[in-house]
Design a protein around this ligand. Structure first.
Ligand SMILES: Cc1cc2nc3c(=O)[nH]c(=O)nc-3n(C[C@H](O)[C@H](O)[C@H](O)COP(=O)(O)OP(=O)(O)OC[C@H]3O[C@@H](n4cnc5c(N)ncnc54)[C@H](O)[C@@H]3O)c2cc1C
Length: 492
């Protein structure tokens, strides 16, 4: 077995992993970045909207208010405030690195002001990632999947990676998970195929806590292919109409098309059920082709011309608000293990993410976690791997169908219970090594089980989690936490 050694092993090469790597390199550390798929990989390159940055000191509190409102009582206000305070400095750094931000910010859903920064029209994520990697001088392994964490004396001390020529071990002073979300749990998702929640399962197996897994944000306006039509389009004037040609959002919320995502997504879901379809009319946007070339190309690839007629849209699984519970430094509580970006639950998003806050979170916490991890490095002596899990990938399609039906936009206790019962019958087995699709299938099944348990426990409706049998929020907000096999909830 090939063995490698590094100070900081970063699992994931999206915005969080890339910025963490740059930050660790700036501290003079040895860094190894690993990505399951060849770069550009993960959700980051798909990000169209941009990065939300407070406009000035006074706007920090206004941005916080918007974040708190979207998060429906579950945002950790101090964590959020600290991230927003760091945002302008990180933005300046990105400009220094050469990210070609456009001079004027735009306004997106849930934001009271135009504070979302774009680069390259709707190619913000791709341009950001390209710039970060153009500045990063660190070894990276592309096409290597972290399959098991290595542990030693209660610490995480590296990971086993499955590469094209078989497994290798990377022993590290600390491991930073930046492995993204879990959109592949659902049949229609804006996330790339690699978004199978690997990092959440690896951290959970190592004893970390998973928090608020039930909060999955569905993007209200995806094309039938899962390609997203950015919120920015609605910010610039696009309107939603139902199959009868009626504009319906003003009837659901005073902010109409710019209401928080959960409100818009459920309205779209209802109108699709009641009228047979929902369409986004992009024609009110001036210079549509110049401003949103990716959206226009994706619609045209499906045979629709948004410059001529409204295009059909539906909600799609988009963003995991929950994940590995971390503190404001990205620390999981397990020595040697950090988690940042979408894999983590830092407290910024609460029950619903405010648009364009996630790239920001990846940047700010990526930097903080890298710097903190480097302060606590321990050279491994003889670490051993935890076991991996394996499941026949033939179960993934029925699993997704179950998740959509039971844990999609509208949930009910009996459906969640039936799905949980079924998921528990899946033959997930412990293994030393299995092919990638078998490992990913087991990760999805494991997360499905934990997510369904958390969704059952949350007997209320809040943010992205809507229970028809408990349609109101409970008076006191609480988090759900999964650690080991137990699900516990904790009142704030
Ligand atoms: C279509 C779309 C549009 C979006 N638009 C915006 C937006 O405008 N603004 C905004 O703020 N947010 C947006 N988001 C959300 C945002 O893009 C993501 O939350 C963010 O990019 C996640 O970054 P990350 O670094 O945590 O993970 P990702 O960018 O998802 O990267 C994950 C990395 O981990 C790797 N990986 C995963 N598992 C393993 C493993 N087992 N071993 C090794 N490597 C692994 C992947 O290969 C990849 O390199 C959007 C998301 C999507 C899908």
């Amino acid at each position: 077995m090939e063995r490698r050694f590094t100070d900081l092993l970063i699992v994931g090469a999206g915005v969080a992993g890339a910025y963490a790597a740059l930050s660790a390199k700036a501290e003079g550390a040895r860094v190894l970045v690993v990505s399951k798929d060849p770069l550009p990989a993960g959700s980051t390159p798909y990000a169209q909207g941009g990065i939300a940055i407070p406009l000035d000191d006074a706007d920090i509190e206004a941005h916080l208010e918007d974040t708190l409102r979207a998060g429906r009582g579950l945002v950790e206000a101090e964590v959020a405030r600290s991230i927003l305070r760091d945002a302008p400095r990180v933005f300046e750094h990105l400009l220094e690195l050469g990210v070609p931000f456009e001079p004027t910010p735009t306004r997106e859903g849930g934001h009271g002001r135009a504070r979302v920064r774009h680069a390259g029209g709707d190619r913000s994520g791709m341009i950001l990632l390209e710039t970060l990697f153009s500045r990063l001088d660190a070894p990276r392994l592309e096409g290597y999947m972290a399959t098991r964490l290595l542990v030693e004396g209660g610490r995480v001390a590296g990971a086993e990676l499955l590469g094209p020529d078989g497994p290798i071990w990377v022993e590290a002073g600390a491991v930073l998970l930046a492995s993204g979300g879990l959109g592949q749990l659902f049949p229609v998702t804006t996330n790339p195929p690699g978004a199978t929640g690997d990092g959440m399962v690896l951290a959970w197996q190592a004893g970390a806590t998973l928090r608020d897994l039930e909060f999955v944000q569905f993007h209200p306006t995806a094309l039938p292919s899962g390609d997203l039509i950015s919120e920015a389009c609605r910010g610039e004037g696009a309107i939603l109409i139902n199959a009868r040609g009626e504009r319906f959002m003003p009837g659901y919320d005073p902010m109409a098309e710019l209401a928080p995502r959960d409100v818009v997504a459920r309205a779209v879901h209802r109108e699709r059920q009641e009228t047979g379809g929902v369409f986004l009319d992009l024609r009110p946007i001036p210079d549509l082709l110049v401003r949103f070339p990716t959206v226009v190309a994706a619609a045209r690839a499906l045979g629709f011309d948004p410059q001529k007629a409204p295009v059909p849209v539906a909600p799609a699984a988009h963003y995991a608000m929950g994940g590995v519970k971390v503190d404001a430094q990205g620390f999981t509580g397990i020595p040697g293990l950090y988690a940042v970006g979408e894999v983590a639950s830092s407290g910024l998003h609460g029950a619903n993410r405010l648009a364009s806050n996630s790239l920001l979170e990846g940047l700010v916490l990526g930097e903080r976690a890298a710097v903190s991890a480097l302060r606590t490095l321990v050279t491994p002596q003889n670490p051993r791997p935890l076991s991996a899990r394996s499941l026949d990938p033939a179960f993934v399609r029925p699993l997704r169908a179950r998740m959509e039906q039971a844990a999609g936009l509208i949930r009910r206790g009996e459906n969640l219970e039936a799905a949980l019962e079924w998921v528990q019958t899946l033959p997930v087995s412990e293994t030393e090594m299995a092919p990638r699709p078998w490992l990913e299938a087991a990760h999805l099944a494991t997360l499905a089980r934990l997510l369904l348990k958390a969704a059952l426990l949350r007997e209320e409706s809040r943010g992205a989690h809507f229970r028809e049998d408990f349609p109101k929020p409970s008076p006191a907000p609480y988090h759900t936490e999964v650690r080991g096999l137990d699900v516990v909830h904790r009142v704030l």
